[in-house]
Structures are given as C-alpha cells and as structure tokens.
Ligand binder design. Structure first.
Ligand SMILES: NC(=O)c1ccc[n+]([C@@H]2O[C@H](COP(=O)([O-])OP(=O)(O)OC[C@H]3O[C@@H](n4cnc5c(N)ncnc54)[C@H](OP(=O)(O)O)[C@@H]3O)[C@@H](O)[C@H]2O)c1
Length: 332
C-alpha cells in the first residue's frame, strides 16, 4: 500500500510543558525501562506530580540507582522498583502475577510501555522471538494483556486508565513482514527496529479500537520523542563504532538531538493531559518532528492498515499466549 502520511491531525495546543501535568496524587503508574533516558524522566515528572510510580528494571543495581535518582530530584517521591525483563515472557507473567496484590482495589491507572532496544545485532529473546520485535512489541503486548485486570480495576473505581505506547519516527520506514516476522531469512538491524516501532504504534491503535468496541473507558495512545539524547544511541548503534568515529558522530548527534528531559514531554502529555483521546499520537512540534514541545502528530498510512493490525494482534496472541479475553464485547 502507499505510505503517504495520514492527513495532519486536528489542531492541538503547542507550547505544552510538564508544568501542565495536573495533580497525579492517588494515581498509580508503571513505567517500563525506567533506568535511564525517557523512562527515568517520565518517572521523575509523574512522581513530582504526586503519582505512585512503579519503575521497572532488568538489573537490580541499575534499578536501585534510578529510584535513588528520582528520590534525589523529588524527595517526596513515592517510587518503587519492580524487576522486569521484556525479553522473557516468564518475567512478564511473574510481574503481572505479583503486582495486583500491591496495587489494591483501585488497580493501575497508567501503563507507560517505554522500554526498548534499537538497531541491535541479530539476537533472540528467551522465547525465540527476534530481539527488537520481542522486547519492544511482543513483551509489551503480553504485559498490557496480563495487566488488563488492574487497568480495568482502575476503570471500575471511576477513573480513566491509560496505556501509552512508545513509537518512533522509524515507524515510517517500518514494514510488518508476515512472511518473515522474526526476520530469519534476512536480518537488517534498522529495518527490524522500524518493524518493531510500527508494531508498537499499530498495537496502540488496535487496542484503542478494541477497547471502544468493548465499551471500555481505557484509553490507548502513542507518543514518540523525536530524536533525544539517551543511551539508546550511545549504548546501541553508536556504542558499537570504533572510538574516534563514535566520538565525532556523538558530538554531531548531540548538537542535533534534544535532551532526554524534553523527549519525555510527548509521553507525559499523552499520559496525563485531560483532553487526550484514545488513538491519538503525540510527538515534537519542530521541523521533521525531531524536537520541540509535544503536539498531536500524524502516522504513516501503513500504521492505519486495520487488516494488518488485526493480523498482527492475532499473531501476537498466538506467540505470547495472552488473549485479552476481558476485551471481548459483552453479548447484548
Ligand atoms: N531516544 C530517542 O531518540 C528515541 C526515538 C524514538 C523512540 N524512542 C523510544 O523510546 C523508548 C525509550 O528509549 P530511550 O531513548 O529512553 O533509551 P534508553 O535510555 O536506552 O532506555 C531504554 C530502557 O529500556 C530498557 N530495556 C531494554 N531492554 C529491555 C528488556 N529486555 N526488558 C526490560 N527493559 C529493557 C533499558 O534497560 P537497561 O538499563 O537494563 O538497558 C532502559 O531502561 C524506546 O522504546 C525507544 O524505542 C527513543
């Protein structure tokens, strides 16, 4: 299909800053991949606004350092560390099984599906999935499905729970390849990243359609941070280059990138602004959506392919064993 962008979305106020994050006290949020970059920034702002924030990490030492950093910035922060490796369905199940007990009757109000890896060499998750699709998309698909109970408990308590997906400008060159979803025939690191970020966006839009059909209040939205200076680059593709090339490219990159703090703004707007509607996508307002304050942005045409989204959903159910039964429309 053609990949002309969707028509520009309706007007949305620019000039938004985290100053506009309303009082989050009484809300509980879970942020995946909170040890660095956007996840750490999002956690700090949510905690500063009064939310109880569950920050996930796959390394206890890194997780404890991140929690300590948020507490340093926000002494009143209510933050807790949860261990999670999205490259392991067993780890996802384990977190989802132990979480409800600590959440109480009002459940989970916000799930930020942030963790990710970018353009990594070919590798597989514990369950045999291509690592980028497995971590960025399938892990979050399984986590969201397994946390539907606590999210719907928030809805039952009279709130409007939200799920925020992290996509990327890379979704525009991404293609879902049903004939080789795990890229076993031919692996190209950036192409696999593009597929995973398109899958994240299509998942967010399909979840929104399914919650609507099921008559649920749960809001599913997506965001992207433009190009932000985080470990995704330094620990990923840049980190694998020879030292001098890495240094030079790093300096050029830093001049072009916005800070991780500002990259977190579209995520924070999608996660907290009262006027956000399910199915929206937020990104930076600046040239090429690379930087700037967050506004509603368009998606590629491929991201709006509902037949492919349905196929991807069914495939994710098959691969993860998580079926989202709670979203089946109730018979009239
Ligand atoms: N930075 C950008 O310009 C940019 C652009 C577009 C989209 N994004 C998206 O933004 C999100 C956050 O990335 P970032 O830029 O903040 O990068 P980052 O600083 O590298 O943060 C990535 C986070 O994901 C975690 N993670 C990686 N693999 C994981 C796994 N298997 N299980 C659980 N957690 C895992 C990392 O944990 P460890 O500390 O253990 O590694 C880290 O906490 C990603 O989804 C990325 O695709 C970023």
């Amino acid at each position: 299909m053609s990949d002309a962008p969707t028509p520009p979305p309706g007007p949305s106020t620019s000039g938004w800053t985290p100053e506009q994050v309303g009082d989050q006290s009484g809300r509980t949020a879970l942020v995946t991949g909170a040890t660095s970059g956007l996840g750490l920034e999002v956690s700090a702002v949510l905690a500063d606004a009064g939310a109880r924030v569950l920050m996930t990490a796959r390394s206890r030492a890194k997780g404890e350092a991140a929690v300590a950093e948020v507490r340093r910035r926000v002494p009143s922060a209510r933050v807790e560390l949860e261990m999670l490796d999205l490259a392991s369905l067993a780890s996802v199940t384990e977190l989802a099984q132990r979480l409800p007990e600590g959440l109480g009757a009002s459940g989970l109000d916000l799930l930020v599906n942030n963790a990710g890896v970018m353009a990594v060499p070919h590798a597989r998750t514990e369950d045999g999935f291509e690592l980028q699709l497995g971590t960025n998309f399938l892990g979050h698909f399984a986590l969201t499905g397994r946390l539907l109970g606590p999210l719907l408990a928030s809805e039952a308590a009279g709130r409007r729970p939200r799920v925020v997906a992290l996509s990327s400008m890379a979704h525009r060159f991404g293609r879902i390849t049903p004939q080789d979803l795990m890229r076993e025939k031919r692996y190209e690191a950036w192409s696999a990243y593009g597929q995973s970020k398109l899958a994240d966006l299509m998942f967010a839009l399909e979840l929104d359609r399914r919650t609507d059909r099921a008559g649920r209040e749960l809001v599913s939205v997506a965001a992207h941070p433009g190009i932000s200076a985080t470990n995704l680059f330094t620990g990923g593709p840049l980190g694998r280059l020879p030292g001098p090339v890495r240094g030079a490219l790093g300096r050029v990159g830093e001049a072009l990138m916005q800070s991780a703090e500002m990259g977190a703004w579209p995520v924070l707007r999608a996660a907290t602004a009262p006027d956000v509607v399910g199915g929206e996508y937020y990104g930076p307002a600046g040239a090429g959506e690379r930087s700037g304050p967050p506004v509603r942005v368009g998606t590629s045409a491929r991201a709006q392919d509902t037949d492919m989204a349905r196929w991807l959903w069914q495939e994710a159910v098959r691969l993860t064993g998580v079926d989202y039964a709670d979203l089946e429309p109730t018979p009239a």
